[in-house]
Write a protein that binds this ligand. Structure first.
Ligand code: NAG
Length: 291
């Protein structure tokens, strides 16, 4: 039997199993609504993680039984998986290709414009029906509520009051906070607290978002283009993080795949040699393939 391949292939399968964990964790992290209200690639990512683990378990048992055909099939599945993962990484980069926040003078946070984004994901988010779902999720996640509020003690009255406008302008807001919880800076509205802003009478609104803004805490700027852009920016950020992990996993898998193939080929030759009485298993054999 092919006992000679058992060690390295078994080790390979064990490590590929462990590499399924970060992929799966990435998918689960993105699925939690606290993280991201856009859900379209989370499920494929979870499926990829589980698939890699299943393939690895198969490889482990193949290695245990020392079955040549099963080991070969395991390496073939691993090969297919590499392509699936590569395809996934390219897709994730392609759909989150463009767009970043805009710097505004005298503000530490960035502003988000829908026109900075393009492509399939933008069209999907801009679409009314899909936006309703995302909007629902945004409301439930409560990012514009207490999580955003900051209070300071007023030295005169000793009461807690909202932070000053200047303090607010120095904050680093998340794309959702900047796009959905306040009106765009270009509207020139005056700050009352983080989520209450009053129009200056007589100043015409240039951006349609200015008219979409409402001090009703259930409305705010949730229907604004800036909010959609903020959601897109968030999705992009999260997908880029997950893709980086996936790239590391892919590189490690390619290396493991070649180690597995080498071990398999070496074991095959050794088997041939044993069967036909050739003695090539010698000092030339790299130690990791010797048992
Ligand atoms: C701002 O004030 C309004 C009205 O008093 C309040 O409902 C809202 O929660 C406050 N916003 C924040 C972020 O504290």
């Amino acid at each position: 039997m092919y006992r000679r391949a058992t060690g390295p292939v078994g080790t390979t399968a064990f490590i590929t199993f462990l590499l399924g964990i970060p992929i799966l964790a990435g998918g689960i992290w993105l699925s939690s609504s606290a993280t991201d209200c856009i859900r379209f690639l989370q499920l494929p990512l979870i499926i990829l993680g589980v698939t890699l683990m299943a393939i690895s378990l198969f490889g482990l048992s193949a290695a245990c039984y020392g079955q040549r055909k099963l080991i070969r099939f395991f390496l073939f599945l691993l090969f297919l998986f590499l392509f699936a993962l590569l395809f996934f990484i390219i897709f994730a980069y392609a759909v989150t290709d463009k767009g970043k926040g805009q710097v505004v003078t005298n503000r530490s946070f960035l502003e988000y414009l829908l026109n900075d984004y393009s492509g399939w994901l933008k069209d999907k988010v801009a679409d009314g029906e899909y936006w309703e779902k995302v909007n629902d999720c945004l409301h439930r996640s409560g990012k514009c509520g207490v999580a955003m509020a900051r209070y300071v003690r007023d030295p005169n009255s000793g009461l807690l009051v909202p932070e000053s406008a200047d303090a607010f302008y120095q904050r680093k807001l998340s794309p959702i906070e900047s796009g959905c919880c306040k009106p765009p800076t270009s509207c020139g509205y005056t700050y009352v607290n983080e989520t209450v802003w009053n129009p200056v009478p007589g100043v015409p609104a240039t951006d349609p978002d200015c008219n979409r803004w409402s001090n009703d805490q259930q409305v705010l700027c949730y229907e604004c283009d800036s909010c959609k852009a903020g959601v897109l920016a968030t999705t992009r950020r999260h997908w880029r993080k997950v893709s980086k992990i996936n790239i590391v996993v892919l590189v490690l898998l390619v290396i493991l795949y070649f180690i597995g193939c080498l071990a398999y080929r070496h074991a095959k030759r050794a088997h041939y040699d044993e069967t036909y009485g050739v003695n090539r298993m010698s000092k030339a054999t790299p130690s990791i393939f010797r048992f």
